[in-house]
Design a protein around this ligand. Structure first.
Ligand SMILES: [Zn+2]
Length: 144
C-alpha cells in the first residue's frame, strides 16, 4: 500500500546576521540619537545605510558623516500584507525620502495618518529603539 504524498507547510523565519564591526559607529550613533552615513575618502560618494567598502571605486577608506536626517518623501507604500517577520505589527507605511545630503533612505514613516502621507512632504529620519530592544530608524513628519 502506497502512502499519499503530503506537503508540509510551515512558517519560515529568517534571521539576518549582518557583520557590524566596520559599521559599528552607525549603530553607536543611533543610540546617541544620530544618523551617520559613510563617505568614501577617495571618490567622495556618500552611502546610506553606511557601507564598509565603496561600491564606486572599491576603496575601503571610508569616513563617517553625520546626516541632518531632513528630507522629502519621494515614494511611499502602505503595507497591508506583512512579511512573516512583521506579522505582529499593525499595517504600516514605508517611505523613500531623498535627504538634504543627497542620499535616499528607506524607512517606516510614523507619527502621521496614512491618508496624510504625501509625495514631497518634509520628513526627518530619527533613530528609534524598538520594544524588543532593536536599534532602527524611521521617518517622522517635520512640522513646518
Ligand atoms: Zn569611492
Amino acid at each position: 500500500m502506497s502512502e499519499m504524498p503530503t506537503i508540509r507547510s510551515r512558517k519560515l523565519e529568517i534571521t539576518y546576521n549582518i557583520p557590524i564591526s566596520r559599521t559599528l559607529k552607525f549603530w553607536e550613533g543611533l543610540k546617541e540619537g544620530k544618523i551617520y552615513a559613510s563617505k568614501c575618502r577617495k571618490c567622495g560618494k556618500l552611502y546610506f545605510p553606511p557601507v564598509a567598502d565603496c561600491g564606486n571605486c572599491y576603496s575601503s577608506d571610508m569616513d563617517w558623516v553625520e546626516l541632518s536626517g531632513e528630507g522629502e518623501v519621494e515614494a511611499f507604500t502602505h503595507i497591508i500584507v506583512r512579511p512573516v517577520s512583521f506579522q505582529e505589527h499593525p499595517p504600516y507605511t514605508v517611505a523613500i525620502a531623498r535627504l538634504k545630503e543627497g542620499v535616499k533612505a528607506l524607512a517606516w514613516i510614523t507619527g502621521v495618518k496614512k491618508k496624510d502621507v504625501r509625495i514631497g512632504m518634509k520628513v526627518k529620519l530619527v533613530p528609534r529603539i524598538t520594544e524588543d530592544g532593536r536599534l532602527t530608524y524611521e521617518f517622522k513628519p517635520m512640522r513646518e
